[in-house]
Ligand binder design. Structure first.
Ligand SMILES: [Zn+2]
Length: 446
């Protein structure tokens, strides 16, 4: 018999990290072997009241010690997991008490956007709740109803919004998944600048090809380091959990306090749906359509263009932080057919489809003006009749609309393009994971 524990919404933009809280939970609950990896579950990235990655955490226990393998080091001790449950029957009420005391000790209660919750359940709530929480906006009462059906217990603080993430984190079936090894800093270094060799981070993808989103070579950015002053030193993502500890040691840097490998829905595109009706705000979609306007670059470097789809026309946006991805966008032309991954968000005037990835399927006809037209009546070169007014012959006053065009070649290739690694969403499946089936479940390390 095993128990599922979920926790969410304990951190703030100014510090702490729910993954660190989970390591403390593992330390204090005192079970030497977890059932499977602990889980870092990212939820709908478009939730308006969330400013961070919207990640919830869960673990299951107890695991069988005879089939256990090492997944981390916390508080000076090795952490183990097994894919076989132990026969031991844990006390759900006692686990709720212990987990609650960890939350009360570590959660950032003074942040108005931090509304923690802990759930402890003897069975996994319906997986449909996870799918709803990763794609839609879910109400607290729906989470409570799912927990009730699963005979789960919960405790919440403040407005208790964390119950949605905590319940979703234990509902996830992990059919598609990746892994992340996270290292944590010694307490005396929290808030200071992180000491990690950028050159080692730059080499990670070549040395460990199953890892992803490590380094943005164009912009010289180490994507494994967080930008907030939280206890995390770095996190390395990959499809093979057995290689992550080696990758972690390769990066090195300042001495670490603890590390732990998580199973996660990062890089799965679980948030994306192919719409069957008109797309809604705060949801993520894969849209198929035809480029219907010439891309234009606005002040600040943001690039916009329109696509027409079976659900109407959308304004697609590639913001400055997407970096060289905009070079692809700028070279799109009306008539190009594309698939676009992104989220529908409110904008200052119209809704915007904020792009995460784009695939160019075919090119429309690109024409460039090569000269003014020749008059059909007298054979002289015509002159412009003014902006958007066509051309006029000064001699015989004949009018015509179009100049002489030549066919231009596209300055981009067909294929799949994603925003710069540093601007990617946690859930976005990177193009390098989309080529083959890299998402299969690896065997546990021996
Ligand atoms: Zn003429």
């Amino acid at each position: 018999m095993n128990v599922f524990i979920g926790v969410d919404d304990t951190d703030s933009t100014k510090g702490m990290c729910t993954t660190y809280l989970l390591t403390e939970l593992i330390r204090e609950l005192g079970y030497p072997v977890l059932l499977g990896y602990p889980r870092l579950v990212r939820l709908n990235p478009n939730i308006p009241w969330k400013t961070r990655g919207n990640g919830a955490l869960s673990l299951s226990l107890p695991g069988d010690s005879s089939t256990a393998f090492k997944i981390g080091e916390v508080g000076g001790r090795d952490v183990f997991a097994s894919f076989t449950p132990s026969q031991e029957l844990p006390d759900t009420a006692a686990l709720l008490e212990s987990a609650s005391s960890v939350v009360e000790r570590l959660a950032v209660f003074e942040d108005e956007n931090t509304n923690p919750a802990v759930v402890v359940s003897p069975s996994r709530p319906d997986a449909g709740f996870y799918w709803k929480a990763v794609r839609e906006l879910v109400d607290r009462s729906e989470a409570k109803a799912e927990l009730l059906k699963a005979n789960g217990l919960y405790r919440t603080w403040k407005n208790g919004r964390g119950i949605v993430g905590a319940t979703a984190a234990i509902s996830w079936l992990a059919a598609e998944k990746t892994f992340e090894v996270i290292t944590y800093r010694k307490k005396e270094n929290w808030g200071t600048s992180r000491k990690v060799e950028a050159s080692a981070v730059a080499e990670l993808s070549a040395k460990f090809p199953s890892t992803f989103n490590n380094y943005d070579a164009v912009n010289r950015h180490s994507c494994i380091l967080p930008s907030s002053p939280c206890p995390v030193l770095f996190g390395i993502r990959g499809t093979d959990p057995a290689l992550l500890p080696e990758a972690m040691r390769y990066v090195g840097g300042e001495p670490i306090d603890r590390w732990l490998t998580f199973e996660t829905n990062q890089g799965t595109d679980d948030h994306i749906v192919e719409p069957d009706r008109k797309p809604e705000l705060f949801h993520s979609y894969l849209l198929r359509g035809t480029v219907s306007s010439t891309p234009r670059t606005l002040r600040g470097g943001h690039v916009f263009f329109s696509i027409s789809t079976e659900f109407g026309s959308f304004t697609c946006a590639a913001f400055e932080e997407t970096k060289e991805f905009r070079n692809v966008i700028k070279n799109l032309a009306p008539g190009d057919t594309i698939r676009a991954w992104g989220s529908l968000k409110p904008g200052p005037s119209v809704e915007r489809f904020n792009l995460e990835k784009l695939e160019i399927l075919s090119f429309g006809n690109r024409k460039i003006k090569i000269s003014n037209p020749t008059c059909q009546s007298c054979g002289r070169k015509m002159k412009s009749a003014g902006r958007r007014s066509g051309y006029r012959c000064r001699t015989c006053h004949t009018k015509t609309a179009e100049p002489v065009y030549a066919t231009a070649h596209p300055q981009i290739m067909k294929g799949l393009f994603a925003v710069a690694a540093g601007a990617r969403r946690h859930l976005t499946r990177p193009p390098e994971l989309m080529a083959g089936d890299n998402m299969s479940s690896p065997e546990p390390p021996s």
